[in-house]
Design a protein around this ligand. Structure first.
Ligand code: ZN
Length: 269
């Protein structure tokens, strides 16, 4: 099996410091957490921006400052979010791509979140894919449903993405595909040859999803974006969540990939 790539998603768009005071929301806090998680074994960091009121935004200055700080202090692979919880306009969602991170998220379909619909219309998916291609950014296909896998493969046919593709399965979010072993196996069976994949279990699905991915040869995303608890009633920190995956992987005989090893496994340029 390849070494395990651990992605940390430290902030996201939804959690607040009121729910978990360990949540990093300023560039300084995100950089500090990035350094800790890098030291612990993470090789990719998935970034969102927030404003001074903790609201999700697509602020290029936030991304620039955070990315520069993380680059200075770590060798982490930077992955920006193009999610739509902040301003849903095309320009705004793609603004961080101009900063040329190595990776960016690309959700290849629409889905219901608990409080709203997350709309990614076909023309917008193609717009983002083209922009990532132009900027030399590897997309991480964010998969909330099986149809999104075939939509991602379709981008290759249209010349808007290159194989091997990389996928992240987001499982356990109310409104989208629930987490259970059968669903994860089914998604993996439907991947194109040579694809790499990681799994983001939401909430209480984070730990079992991570364990399955370690055993199945996939990769793991953890972090407060997806889950604010370490266990029931105990709030997590990003580094504690990364530390736990490192320990589990070692117990299960899977080595941890460094960022440069992750670059090779993910075929980054
Ligand atoms: Zn995200």
């Amino acid at each position: 099996m390849e070494k395990l790539i651990i992605t940390v998603a430290p902030t996201g768009s939804v959690p607040t410091k009121k729910e978990n005071p360990n949540l990093p929301v300023t560039p300084e806090e995100v950089i500090e957490d990035a350094v800790r998680c890098f030291g612990s074994g993470a090789s990719v960091i998935h970034l969102h921006a927030r404003d001074s009121e903790q609201r999700p935004v697509h602020d290029q200055a936030f991304f620039r400052q955070t990315m520069e700080g993380i680059r200075e202090k770590t060798n982490l692979i930077l992955q920006v979010s193009t999610g739509g919880r902040a301003n849903p306009s095309w320009e705004s969602r793609s603004a961080a791509l101009e900063l040329r991170p190595e990776m960016a998220s690309l959700t290849t379909g629409s889905v219901n979140f608990p409080d709203r619909s997350y709309v990614n219309e076909p023309a917008f998916i193609e717009y983002l894919a083209r922009k990532m291609q132009d900027c030399g950014i590897k997309p991480e296909m964010e998969i909330f449903d099986l149809s999104m896998v075939s939509n991602a493969v379709d981008l290759v046919r249209k010349g808007l993405a290159e194989e091997p593709l990389h996928f992240n399965f987001v499982l356990g979010l109310p409104g989208a595909l629930p987490f259970n072993p059968a669903n994860l196996v089914y998604l993996v069976q439907n991947l194109p040859p040579g694809a790499t994949w990681t799994v983001s279990g939401i909430g209480r699905a984070q730990l079992p999803a991570a364990i399955l991915a370690i055993i199945m040869g996939g990769h793991v995303r953890v972090g407060l974006e997806d889950n604010i608890y370490y266990q029931k009633g105990l709030l997590a920190t990003n580094v504690a969540l990364v530390d736990r995956v490192v320990r589990l992987a070692r117990e299960l005989g899977r080595e941890i990939a460094s960022p440069d090893e992750a670059r090779r496994i993910l075929h980054l340029k």
